[in-house]
Ligand binder design. Sequence first.
Ligand code: B12
Length: 220
Amino acid sequence: MAKEEILEKLKLSITEMDTDLAIATANEALAEGLDPLECIDQGLSAGMAIMSDLFDEGEAFVPELLMSSEAFDAAVKVLTGGLTDEEKKNASAGSALIHTVQGDIHDIGKNIVRTLFEANNFTVYDLGRDVPVETVVAKAREHKVDLILGSALMTTTMPSQRDIVNILTEEGIRDEFIVMFGGAPVSQDWVDQIGADGYADTATEAVVLAKELLRKKKEG
Ligand code: B12
């Protein structure tokens, strides 16, 4: 089968939320000698981008995203099976730590953000909700993540986001992380004011921005 056809079928397996098709096509791609990273990028991720758009337009919902994400993960596992650890690391879009801030138990938005990051091939460590600021910083250090993602749904809990940035600065590790915040009361103004790196209104925009910030950071 031609390369284009296989990439198209990988894309379709994600939009059709078909794990069996995703696995079978990933095996086919390997048998044909295709580049696994190209298959992830131009086949699977292209399908996930379509799902993200459908989600934004209200045409797809969290259960559908989860099913697509499952198909995505299964195919990635097949495609990266023969890669070295270094190659696998390169195949991942990056790593992120996600949480809802201290004092805040709203986690619906956070879970959507996590799902979309996972679906877009990020390794995500979810600390849950009502997470002390010190824990966020300690875990970010421990996992050496690229991104710290924080959600706050109340004006009263937003200041914890500023505390996180301040602790990172005090500990001299601010530059090691890209820090992004979101949640209904959070805004670009707030994020600028506290010295974080990014804000996004929706989970889809958050993924796009994260990829852009990561690319810029890698380019120096
Ligand atoms: C559902 C809900 C609850 C549920 C939460 C269930 C759960 N597991 O999350 C329950 C009933 C438990 C609850 C409790 C409370 N709630 Co409430 N709750 C809401 C409600 C109605 C919806 C929130 C929601 O889930 N939205 C849907 C999600 C999908 O949207 P989202 O979180 O904004 O996420 C999107 C974006 O913001 C973005 N995003 C989210 N996170 C991130 C992170 C990053 C890094 C990025 C880039 C983007 C991003 O992407 C998401 C998807 O696109 C809001 C009202 C509202 N309009 O926001 C009130 C609201 C947030 N709650 C409020 C309050 C006051 C409370 C309580 C204190 C009530 C009480 N007196 O007990 C308690 C909180 C206790 C606590 N300590 O946290 C107030 C907050 C007011 C304030 N001070 O700012 C609100 C605004 C209601 C109101 N108008 O008064 N609540």
